[in-house]
Design a protein around this ligand. Structure first.
Ligand code: PLP
Length: 424
């Protein structure tokens, strides 16, 4: 498998049928698993043996999906979760606890900003938000003695700022910290953050990975090789009394982070991905490379069309040569800048709303990154919980319309936006 290209990994990895076995990964819709003797189950509980005993911790269908994504990202292991929100929450709670601190960029998805600055704050984990375009010195200045991680999105939703992953990884590693990146918008097909120095990758698999808008889900992927023994992460190096004193960096040296995430956080919070969602997300992965190529092609064509449209005030798409993100996109997203863009209609927020209300093919949906084209007004929808200051920091102007370009024919999409903009 090591030599396979990403396309082959997407189709083949994660599940290998036995002779005469089902060609497609079966949906193991079962809460539990049968054993013949007590000791086998006791060994599973003590993590002395690998296997399935209760779907809250692990399930064969979800396991196949986790293996596929881990292989696609080039990581050692992955843990699938009930949603992207859970993935991001647990990715950090696995590292930071009350009294700890995380540096995060301000241009995150609104739900993530709210999770960090409201909900996780209540647990005593504090955040410093910095610009996604911060200099090395600015990143360094935000790091405190109790900082446990740096968190960012590879392609910000919806500001579409391309993260300079190498710069953030360098700053994190110089301080003995892991870089955690949410790679939802690029997917492993367009960007592989581990290659550039990230240590942990998260996804809302609800988006392109499922790709058909059927399943809410998330995943956390561990690259492997991060030094958790550097003195900053005692929970990795001290005995876990809930497992009779095992030590993650010693007993699970190959994948200590994901083992701890599953056996502590997924076990105790009860937030695994469910088998049917695992099945659908697995199917989504298998066509991801084909879909992403078309999403990128359609998005670039739409961005060029909107940029020239007399009713459009501005367009933000990192694949456009006019974008100030173009150079970073060429480096980190050479196969395409994904399928999402933002634009403003001349006449501002009200004109934008009139155009959105006039769309016939594209729909107004609180979703992004699936095969049907949709639009959304972040300031009144996904980013509604943010203050005015946070909206500006997240790159959300009042007139911003977010467009997620689907897989319809480009001529039909252009015609729909042309007629809608005529009503703006
Ligand atoms: N991360 C990003 C970049 C997102 O866009 C979203 C949702 O839109 C999430 C995380 C949260 O994912 P979910 O809706 O699956 O909980």
């Amino acid at each position: 498998m090591e030599n396979w290209k990403l396309e082959t990994i997407a189709v083949q990895a994660g599940y290998t049928p036995e002779n005469g076995g089902a060609r497609i990964v079966p949906i193991t819709q079962s809460t539990t698993y049968k054993y013949d003797d007590v000791q086998s189950v006791a060994d599973l509980f003590d993590l002395k043996a690998a296997g399935f005993f209760y779907t809250r911790l692990a399930n064969p269908t979800v396991d196949a999906f986790e293996k596929k994504i881990a292989a696609m990202e080039g990581g050692v292991a992955a843990v699938a979760t009930s949603s992207g929100q859970t993935a991001n929450a647990l990715a950090l709670m696995n590292i930071a606890r009350t009294g700890d601190h995380v540096v995060a960029v301000s241009s995150l998805y609104g739900g993530t900003v709210s999770l960090f600055t409201n909900t996780l704050k209540k647990t005593g984990i504090l955040f410093t938000m910095i610009s996604p375009e911060a200099s090395e010195e600015e990143i360094q200045a935000a790091i405190q003695p109790n900082t446990k991680a740096i968190f960012a999105e590879t392609l910000a939703n919806p500001a579409l700022i391309v993260l300079d992953i190498e710069k953030f990884a360098k700053a994190a590693h110089a301080n003995g910290l892991p870089l955690v990146v949410d790679n939802t918008f690029p997917t492993p097909f367009l960007c592989n953050p581990f290659k550039w120095g990230a240590d942990i990758v998260t996804h809302s698999t609800t988006k392109y990975i499922d790709g058909h808008a059927t399943s809410v889900g998330g995943i956390v992927v561990e690259k492997g090789g991060f030094d958790w023994t550097n003195g900053k992460f005692p929970e990795f190096t001290e005995p876990d009394e809930s497992y009779h004193g095992l030590i993650y960096t010693k007993d699970f040296a190959a994948a200590p982070y994901s083992t701890k995430l599953r056996v502590q956080w997924i076990r105790d919070m009860g937030t695994p991905m469910m088998p049917f969602n695992g099945f659908l997300s697995m199917l989504g992965c298998e066509t991801l490379h084909v879909r992403m190529e078309r999403h990128c092609e359609n998005a670039l064509a739409m961005a060029e069309f909107l940029e020239k449209h007399p009713k459009v005030a501005w367009v933000n798409y990192p694949g456009l040569k006019s974008s100030n993100q173009y150079e970073l996109a060429q480096k980190y997203l050479p196969k395409g800048a994904s399928g999402v863009m933002c634009f403003g209609v001349k006449g501002g927020k009200e004109a934008g709303e009139r155009a959105m209300n006039s769309l016939k093919l594209a729909a107004i949906c609180v979703h992004v990154a699936d095969l049907r084209t949709c639009v959304l007004h972040p300031a009144s929808m996904t980013h509604r919980q943010l203050s005015e200051k946070e909206l500006i920091a997240a790159g959300v102007s009042p007139d911003l319309v977010r467009l997620s370009v689907g897989l319809e024919h480009i001529d039909d999409l252009k015609a729909d936006f042309d007629q809608a903009l005529a009503n703006a």
